[in-house]
Design a protein around this ligand. Structure first.
Ligand code: 5AD
Length: 355
């Protein structure tokens, strides 16, 4: 076991069989060693910085029907909202005042926000909030859409792969295509975005072998950003009776991912903070290095319910900022409100992609 941990920490790789074996034989002692190795490796690449991304959840409408998600179109009990361009820009401006220089615009797959609508929002945001990085997370769109938004100034794109197992993916996403999702990720990469992938831990039917597939996919694709969170069952979805993921299993996956893809930017997700008040701090200790404080207007926040009991629902952005700063400082890390680019990213690379 120690030998496998050494191989993972030094060579940043394991075979599928080794991963499955490792996951099946973890002891509490070994888990602690795994977390500290992961934490050492993130320090080699990013020091003690934890990057902030102000999250603006601008629409809860979704045309997809993912079995696990509270925003799925078949959830008639979900209250839906859309923010106007001006409301989105006001959220960003408030975050900018607080010092944030990195924003994530996220929504359900809502075609109301067409290429033209989002392009206009991004252009204005970049003008009003100079020197900021903008990440978009609006699901599967056309190559033309992705190109237009890149040219409008979007720097990064988040599209979790959700699970790298085709069979598991198909069982959870009626009407969606595994190949299309993977194609989207490749197209985004080809355009020059810093790309975010990621998966959920504790999905119904998910085995160690499925998780090994996730790790091997991430190793091969090498995304700049990797979001990993526990699946939390939502009572208005078909998976309401499922067990869901645990903080501990998610920490193992965060740490193993840090060791497989040492230079990734990895958030300590809100889902971790929801299952355990110290979940985000534990994620940071296990190799995560990004936090995503929510900047969405207080009145609509509850309606962006991918899962229930989400934390920080009533907290003003200024409160979130100081709360997270304190949590990070007492964990021995330092909050960095800058753009927080991937360590291998340079403007030059971005230019080369455009030519
Ligand atoms: N529990 C945890 N995470 C969820 N997501 C969607 N629904 C849930 C849930 N019930 C995750 C998906 C999606 C991201 C925005 O949130 O991975 O990509």
């Amino acid at each position: 076991m120690e030998a496998l941990l050494d191989k993972l920490s030094e060579q940043h790789e394991l075979t599928e069989e080794e991963i499955v074996w490792f996951l099946g034989h973890l002891t509490p002692e070994l888990k602690n060693k795994l977390y500290s190795r992961a934490s050492e490796v993130r320090k080699q690449y990013y020091g003690v910085s934890v990057y902030s991304r102000g999250l603006i959840e601008f629409s809860s409408y979704c045309k997809q029907d993912c079995l696990y998600c509270g925003l799925r179109r078949s959830n008639w009990s979900a209250e839906r909202y859309r923010l106007t361009e001006e409301e989105i820009l006001e959220c960003a401006a408030e975050g900018y005042e607080l010092g944030y220089r990195s924003f994530v615009l996220q929504s359900g797959e809502d075609i109301h926000y067409s290429e033209q609508v989002i392009t206009s929002i991004v252009r204005k945001l970049k003008l009003r909030c100079p020197d900021t990085a903008v990440t978009l997370s609006v699901g599967e769109r056309s190559e033309g859409f992705y190109r237009a938004l890149y040219n409008a100034g979007v720097d990064r794109y988040l599209l979790r792969h959700e699970t790298a197992s085709r069979a598991l993916y198909e069982s959870l996403h009626p009407g969606m295509s595994y190949d299309n999702r993977m194609d989207c990720l490749r197209i985004l990469r080809g355009i020059g975005y810093q790309v975010g992938a990621g998966f959920m831990v504790g999905l119904p039917g998910q085995t160690h072998r499925h998780l090994a597939e996730d790790l091997l996919f991430l190793k091969a694709f090498h995304p700049e950003m990797i979001g990993i969170g526990p699946f939390i069952p939502h009572s208005a979805t078909p998976l309401k009776e499922a067990a869901g993921g645990t903080v501990e299993d998610t920490l193992v996956m965060i740490a193993m991912t840090r060791l497989m893809v040492p230079d990734a930017l990895m958030p300590a997700t809100t889902a971790m903070g929801t299952l355990d008040p110290a979940g985000r701090e534990k994620a940071i200790q296990a190799g995560a290095n990004v936090v995503m404080p929510i900047l969405s207007p207080l009145q609509i926040r509850r309606k962006y319910a991918l899962y229930e009991q989400k934390i920080c629902m009533g907290d003003e952005p200024a409160h979130c900022r100081s709360c997270l700063e304190m949590r990070i400082a007492i964990s021995g890390y330092r909050m960095d409100h800058g753009r927080g680019d991937h360590c291998g990213y340079s403007r030059l690379t971005k230019k080369e992609h455009q030519e």
